[in-house]
Write a protein that binds this ligand. Structure first.
Ligand SMILES: NC(=O)c1ccc[n+]([C@@H]2O[C@H](COP(=O)([O-])OP(=O)(O)OC[C@H]3O[C@@H](n4cnc5c(N)ncnc54)[C@H](O)[C@@H]3O)[C@@H](O)[C@H]2O)c1
Length: 326
């Protein structure tokens, strides 16, 4: 699908991935509409394209706001979600499920009446069970529980996928479901212990914490992809006309300790690193089988290495906050 001159609504378009996606779509010539309540997203994340997009502000948990957000949309890229790091998710499963279910219900109801020419929904690798293979291929949804550290969020994403799939089938609407793995980048809004791993570590190192505490054993392995490459994959999959379910991530992993060491090296800091095994850790190894992604969107590239991404985050942190963030 050629997105040039199409009216493309990005829900959650002021957030980490959404703001890079909005930039990518503007570059492709789309008429971009960002729908966000700015609970976590920021207007300044959209500063580069502010004069070329429309913003529709509203809480998509409320149906009238969803109606306004999707009015006259041709393509809908649905990213809005109450998403937090494991520090929050692990103790608030039901509330996360509940908030996200409200957003999903509104999305489905509005699209059932006014279908889009294309729908992409952002699911998550958290839909996968903990006892799956280390390198995860696109498994069917309902086998065991989703990732237990993100139990409610994982169920919310399973429900989003399932409802979007049913709607797409019933009304004949093309659907792309993406399951991003660990996505990071500057433009991250810190939320204390509820932050995700890379921003949390960057903040601790930059704030001069000593020791720097790593959650869990520190030997758990994760695959990290910069948001700019995730956003490109989302847009590229729609442009390529991919219908179905696909991972967004790569096979390479690093341990959380290696990640912290890289952040310290790039920042030129030398704190002691200690692991706190009492904190939630999630599964031992989690990496993405990217075979289907590369086949479906041959243009997919990892353009930002982990080290380059950390440099960007540290520069952004230093430039925006200088010292500590509350
Ligand atoms: N970052 C990751 O590692 C990752 C991994 C897997 C899946 N995802 C999914 O990708 C999508 C984007 O993630 P992100 O990392 O950019 O998150 P983010 O929190 O930075 O962006 C989400 C955006 O949605 C907005 N939002 C939240 N609730 C809303 C509501 N009720 N009404 C309107 N706007 C609302 C927020 O203000 C924010 O701008 C989400 O659906 C997330 O679940 C992210």
């Amino acid at each position: 699908m050629n997105l040039a001159n199409r009216r493309v609504v990005v829900t959650g378009g002021a957030g980490l991935i959404g703001s890079f996606l909005a930039e990518r779509l503007v570059a492709a010539g789309a008429q971009v509409i960002v729908a966000d309540d700015f609970s976590k997203g920021r207007r300044d994340y959209l500063a580069k394209i502010a004069d070329r997009i429309e913003i529709r502000e509203g809480d998509l948990e409320e149906q009238p706001a969803m109606e306004r957000a999707l009015a006259n949309a041709e393509v809908v890229l649905h990213l809005a979600s109450r998403a937090f790091g494991v520090g929050y998710s692990a103790g608030n499963h039901l509330s996360i499920l509940d908030h996200n279910e409200r957003i999903t219900g509104n999305l489905i109801r509005v699209l059932a009446r006014k279908p889009a020419a294309w729908l992409l929904v952002a699911s998550s690798s958290c839909v996968y069970p903990d006892d799956g293979p280390d390198t995860i291929t696109e498994l069917p949804l309902f086998s065991g529980e989703p990732e237990m550290a993100n139990w409610g969020y994982g169920w919310a994403k399973r429900m989003l996928e399932q409802k979007a799939l049913m709607l797409a089938k019933e009304i004949g609407m093309p659907l792309t479901v993406v399951r991003p793995f660990n996505i990071y980048g500057e433009r991250y809004t810190w939320s204390g212990d509820a932050s995700q791993a890379i921003p949390m570590q960057v903040k601790k190192v930059m704030d001069g914490d000593n020791p720097v505490v790593i959650w869990g054993s520190g030997t758990q392995r994760r695959n990290y992809l910069h948001a700019v490459d995730c956003a490109d994959a989302m847009a590229g999959l729609v442009e390529a006309g991919f219908k179905g379910v696909v991972n967004i991530g790569t096979e390479e992993t690093v341990t959380l300790r290696e990640l912290a060491e890289t952040i310290c090296r790039v920042a030129g800091r030398h704190p002691h690193l200690i692991a706190d095994a009492s904190k939630p850790e999630g599964r031992r190894i989690k990496s993405a089988d990217s075979t289907l992604l590369r086949k479906s969107y041959p243009g997919f590239r990892r353009t930002v290495s982990l080290e380059q991404g950390i440099v960007r985050m540290i520069e952004w942190y230093a430039g925006n906050f200088g010292g500590k963030v509350a």
